[in-house]
Design a protein around this ligand. Structure first.
Ligand SMILES: [Zn+2]
Length: 441
């Protein structure tokens, strides 16, 4: 048995007990529950859809560029080449099609006033100039006012209160749109190409591998920009909630970025552990998964495995790079990492609600943490038993989870939908394949 004592074992009746080596979360998988294969066919409730061009099915759709706060940047495709347009004029919103857009979230988890009042934060010169420019133009100020009114209405303000706002009030309230620390990266499509049914929504796995790489790369540029414009930000949390059971407000693919003035307890914990055991991500995650046959996909740049000790069935994708932070990965490394993340989403299909969570070394930490992503399948709801005992019942064991992904990955590779990865027994599973511990920072 490799790993820590009691970390992962099967009882005589088939119950699998797992303790997460990082969080110490205790998880059981009891026999006779779960083991549902990944469904790749539409649910019975799916109805026919009428295709609209541009799409107008939700506030994140292309017909509704003006239903969200002013865009910070968009990625467009011109003559086969991707190009980033920053801080575009309101009048130009509909002159190009955004493959991905970076917009402030209407309701911030951590508000601009949090930064202002607790840290003395002010908008950076770059963001202040952009705000002034937008508010000075008639189209820009009308757009801002409309979105602000919507936000205030949804917050329970009366029409009279909204109408009574002074210009100063509007400037103050709308500064959240220009210098807040909660942003969204929204993908172009609501429905995937060739959609006919209401269930044909475009998940991360429905993007092409190239689009998925651009999605990650564009999200990382947003991450860097948030840091550059808020010197108090110690960590930017990056996550994707896919479908309502995972917390998404629209069935339209988007990633969220939230700036924080602390690392958060899970990163604090990882920093502490890696200080004590510098090779812990190899020893207790990747080597352990290799010896336990839980690695199911791999390439030169990353490895994907079924994780142990999570409340939800969870897969982890770990960058092998010596470069720790997402923005330090070379293009080749990010492409290789994206290949595995995309393949996992594609294998899961678009009907499974999930949370994608990013983990990386905070910029003010010396600790070596490999860049990694966890994808948690929201197939179960922890209930009273879990609350009372802190023992979580995860219906899908790590080996069952692996066995759900492997056939789908082979199928997708045979169809040509994914490439550039080794699957299951093909994986080299070399010990200490993550090179983060050699990083110089
Ligand atoms: Zn939409």
């Amino acid at each position: 048995m490799y790993g820590l004592p009691g970390m992962y074992y099967t009882m005589p009746d088939g119950t699998i007990k797992q303790v997460n080596p990082f969080t110490k979360t205790e998880v059981w998988t009891v026999p006779g529950r779960g083991k549902k294969p990944l469904v790749n066919k539409p649910p019975a409730t799916a109805g026919n859809i009428e295709l609209h061009d541009p799409e107008d099915y939700c506030n994140f759709c292309g017909a509704h560029y003006l239903n969200v706060p002013p865009e910070k940047a968009r990625l467009v495709l011109r003559d086969g080449r991707y190009e980033v347009l920053e801080n575009i004029d309101t009048r130009d919103y509909f002159s190009t099609v955004a493959e991905f857009r970076r917009v402030p979230n209407l309701f911030e988890i951590v508000t601009v006033d949090y930064w202002r009042l607790n840290h003395g934060y002010n908008l950076s010169d770059k963001n202040q100039e952009w705000m002034d420019r937008i508010l000075e133009s008639p189209q820009g100020s009308e757009h801002v006012r409309r979105v602000l009114d919507l936000k205030l209405r949804l917050s329970g303000k009366s029409e009279e209160e909204i109408a009574a706002l002074s210009d100063d009030d509007i400037r103050h309230l709308s500064s959240a749109f220009f210098g807040g620390g909660h942003e969204l990266v929204i993908s172009r499509r609501h429905y995937r190409d060739g959609a006919t049914l209401s269930s044909d929504i475009c998940s991360a796995g429905c993007l092409s591998p190239e689009e998925h790489y651009r999605y990650l790369s564009f999200t990382i540029s947003a991450l860097v920009d948030i840091y550059e414009n808020n010197r108090y930000a110690r960590y930017v949390s990056v996550f994707q909630n896919w479908l309502a059971p995972a917390g998404a407000s629209f069935d339209h693919l988007h990633t969220q970025l939230v700036a924080l003035d602390e690392w958060g307890s899970s990163v604090d914990n990882e920093v502490e552990l890696v200080r004590k055991s510098p090779n812990i991500y190899n020893e207790l995650i990747v080597n352990f998964a290799a010896y336990s046959n839980l690695i199911f996909a791999e390439n030169d740049y990353a490895v994907a495995l079924a994780e142990i000790g999570h409340r939800y069935p969870t897969i982890g994708i770990y960058s092998k790079s010596v470069n720790l932070r997402p923005w330090d990965l070379t293009e080749e490394e990010l492409r290789g990492f994206s290949t595995l993340v995309h393949a996992c989403h594609a294998a899961m299909g678009n009907q499974v609600a999930c949370n994608e969570e990013w983990y990386y070394a905070p910029r003010d930490a010396l600790a070596h943490i490999p860049c990694h992503i966890l994808i948690k399948l929201r197939t179960n709801n922890p209930a009273g038993f879990e609350g009372g005992t802190k023992i979580y019942i995860n219906p899908i064991s790590p080996t069952d989870l692996r066995d759900m992904f492997v056939p789908r990955l082979y199928e997708l590779r045979d169809q040509g939908a994914i490439s550039g990865l080794k699957i299951a027994e093909e994986c080299p599973c070399q010990p200490n394949s993550l090179k983060y511990y050699l990083a110089r920072t």
